[in-house]
Write a protein that binds this ligand. Structure first.
Ligand code: SF4
Length: 61
């Protein structure tokens, strides 16, 4: 079971994560939220986490 968390203080709402994986992430009031951590392969979620400009996404397995 994968756990994906967003550091809302770090998130700048750039929408990179939700553009890449809209089934996993959404932007609510300027901050990323996790919709469904199981909606994409964990490797893909990790790639998106690594591309987050503020390293706000944490993926735990
Ligand atoms: S990629 Fe990072 S900074 Fe951009 S919206 Fe997603 S969590 Fe926030």
């Amino acid at each position: 079971m994968v756990k994906v968390t967003i550091d809302e203080d770090a998130c700048i709402g750039c929408e990179a994560c939700s553009d890449e994986l809209p089934e996993v992430f959404e932007i609510v009031e300027g901050k990323a939220k996790v919709k469904d951590p199981n909606a994409a392969p964990v490797e893909k979620i990790k790639e998106v986490a690594e591309s987050c400009p503020t390293e706000a996404i944490t993926v735990e397995e």
